[in-house]
Design a protein around this ligand. Structure first.
Ligand code: FES
Ligand code: FES
Length: 163
């Protein structure tokens, strides 16, 4: 099948790629760019394991073709932090046991990351509603919600201290 040239800006790095029109973005991220943080759970836009940020929106990367992302700014879980300097959401998920098997965690954290930018002071209900598109098969939602609320509190406290 003929390939199409696309340009993506992924985690701040410009990437030039040749992709087939049928290729889903999740596979281009995982297999061509070696970004294996976004996971494949269902491939039917149900579970949210493949969630990344595209041009400032949470997107399930199994729901779009890579060619549709041409020119986009993409952030994956790899773009949030380094192993020595975890993002506050990652620290809170660790501290509050927000991950069990961890398969849903990258998508959950990427969704939470965007949620806290959309709503920096979410209530518990806001968090539950905000992550409704991300499934945790371990049904560990209690601690995931706790982790996200704790991250919001830490971010807000740091902002207040800086003002
Ligand atoms: S793998 Fe994309 S939503 Fe499940
Ligand atoms: S921690 Fe197991 S699926 Fe979410």
């Amino acid at each position: 099948m003929p390939k199409t040239a696309i340009k993506l800006n992924v985690n701040g790095k410009a990437e030039d790629l040749l992709v087939e029109p049928r290729e889903l973005l999740i596979y281009v991220l995982r297999e061509k760019l070696n970004l294996t943080g976004p996971h494949v759970g269902c491939e039917t836009s149900h579970c949210g394991a493949c969630t990344v940020e595209i041009d400032g929106k949470s997107v399930k990367s199994c729901t779009m073709f890579a060619v549709q992302a041409n020119g986009a700014d993409i952030t994956t879980i790899e773009g949030l932090s380094t192993p020595d300097n975890l993002h506050v959401l990652q620290r809170m998920f660790r501290e509050h046991h927000g991950l069990q098997c961890g398969y849903c965690t990258p998508g959950m954290i990427m969704r939470a990351h965007r949620l806290l930018q959309e709503n920096p002071n979410p209530t518990e209900d806001d968090v539950r509603f905000g992550i409704a598109g991300n499934l945790c098969r371990c049904t560990g939602y209690q601690n995931i919600v706790k982790s996200i609320l704790a991250a919001a509190a830490e971010i807000n406290a740091a902002q207040e201290a800086a003002e």
